[in-house]
Design a protein around this ligand. Structure first.
Ligand SMILES: Cc1cc2nc3c(=O)[nH]c(=O)nc-3n(C[C@H](O)[C@H](O)[C@H](O)COP(=O)(O)OP(=O)(O)OC[C@H]3O[C@@H](n4cnc5c(N)ncnc54)[C@H](O)[C@@H]3O)c2cc1C
Length: 382
């Protein structure tokens, strides 16, 4: 006879989307012994965006998943944020230990390296590239999922980790409004400038140039803003405001190959009451996408995976998994959304106000903005 624990472990979970949220969920759930399948619509892995900054709560989540050391080896530990004006004048330097309550708390890492770390060792997971879902229907006991091949498969649970424009979300709850937050932004990877050891921002009057170390030889650049006249920048004139910035910014902009620039819009998903329904659960950007003012996307996705694993460990009846999961995560994620919106507003205040504000209360407000996220995750069923 099969023991109850084993029957539980034979439950089948389908994860749609092989990004940070999907792979983190696959790791956590497969490590608990659940039969886990990941379907990813792209034909090959193509993590988009160059590099990524992972604040302290994301690094703590990587530690809890068992990947923190690997990530530190592949990436660059970040312990300070340094903000300068567009003329290179010092405005603020924040010791991140004060924010996160422990040394060396944050990380810069190439997206492809993070993806590799999350994917490495997932042998027990059935991963299918070039696969997506076209529809599903759920009943009291499970979910029937139709794949793009036309095959119908039955699962105990369906996870939508398929990003901002999630198909699972749309199939489960219809269209959700997405707010276009700002103009274009652009990202690229550069040779790591000598002496770049911190999260380093040059904040001009209307445009910002952020550099973050990623590996011993590479760094990541995030550029956003408007022209000197306050107009939206286009792909043609995007780097123009930075030619007057001090080096290394100016020379980076003059030498960068325009084909290497990655263009993105900044978007926020309207907050959902419940992340999915019943046996259909949304995670990561599919549930709570927001623009990267607090750089919380990856961290919240990693935390989602951990908490969802905890929810399933403590519950044999999965028929209200989405509701229980939302209840466990809502207040922490809502805090991040609300503080992220405050950060968005700060990008719109006049430059002279923000530069004085940074000097006077910059440290205090950063510490406050991350204060809830600096608290450890509460696990109930370890
Ligand atoms: C400009 C910019 C800068 C950012 N910087 C940071 C940062 O520094 N730090 C940070 O933490 N976050 C940052 N973010 C946010 C971060 O990138 C996201 O929050 C994170 O990638 C979300 O991961 P995810 O797995 O939920 O979604 P995604 O990364 O979107 O992954 C979804 C996956 O699902 C797949 N998929 C989609 N639809 C289907 C389907 N129908 N079937 C199968 N597969 C499907 C996709 O191909 C993809 O692989 C930034 C975002 C932007 C736009």
């Amino acid at each position: 006879m099969t023991a109850v624990g084993e029957v539980e472990r034979m439950k089948k979970i389908l994860i749609v989307g092989g990004g940070i949220a999907g792979l983190a969920a696959a790791r956590v759930l497969s490590s608990k012994g659940f039969s886990t399948t990941v379907v990813e619509k792209t034909q090959e892995w193509r993590p988009v965006g160059g590099g990524i900054y992972i604040p302290g709560n994301g690094v703590a989540a990587l530690d809890a998943i068992g990947l923190g050391e690997k990530a530190r080896l592949k990436g660059s530990v970040i312990d300070h944020r340094h903000i300068m004006s567009g003329k290179g004048k010092h405005l603020m330097r924040l010791d991140l230990e004060k924010v996160w309550g422990r040394p060396a708390p944050c990380l810069g890492i190439l997206r492809r390296d993070l993806h590799e770390i999350l994917f490495d060792g997932l042998e027990s997971v059935d991963v299918r590239l070039g696969t997506s879902i076209t529809s599903f229907s759920q009943d009291e006991q499970g979910v029937d999922v139709t794949l793009n091949s036309g095959d119908v498969e039955r699962y105990d649970l369906l996870i939508g980790a398929d990003g901002l424009n999630s198909s699972v979300r749309e199939l489960a709850m219809g269209k959700t409004p997405i707010r276009r937050v700002g103009d274009l932004c652009c990202r690229f990877v550069i040779e790591r400038p000598k002496n770049l050891n911190e999260w380093t921002l040059y904040a001009g009057k209307k445009s910002q140039f952020l550099m973050i170390p990623m590996t011993s030889s590479l760094a990541y650049v995030y550029v956003g803003g408007q022209s000197k006249e306050g107009d939206s920048l286009t792909e043609e004139n995007f780097l123009d405001p930075f030619y007057d910035f001090p080096d290394p910014v100016s020379s980076i902009c003059k030498s960068v190959d325009k084909n290497d620039l990655i263009w993105s819009s900044l978007d926020e998903l309207a907050p959902l009451d419940t992340w999915g329904n019943r046996r259909v659960v949304l995670m990561g950007d599919a549930a709570h996408a927001m623009p990267p003012f607090m750089a919380q996307g990856a961290s919240l996705a990693l935390e989602d995976a951990l908490i969802f694993g905890d929810v399933l460990s403590g519950q044999t009846d999965w028929s209200s998994a989405a509701e229980t999961f939302t209840e466990r995560r809502k207040s922490r994620v809502s805090w991040a959304i609300e503080r992220n919106r405050r950060r968005e507003k700060l990008t719109k205040i006049p430059y002279w106000v923000s530069s004085i504000g940074l000097k006077l209360v910059g440290e205090k407000t950063w510490i406050e903005d991350y204060s809830v996220l600096a608290k450890p995750l509460e696990m109930e069923n370890e």
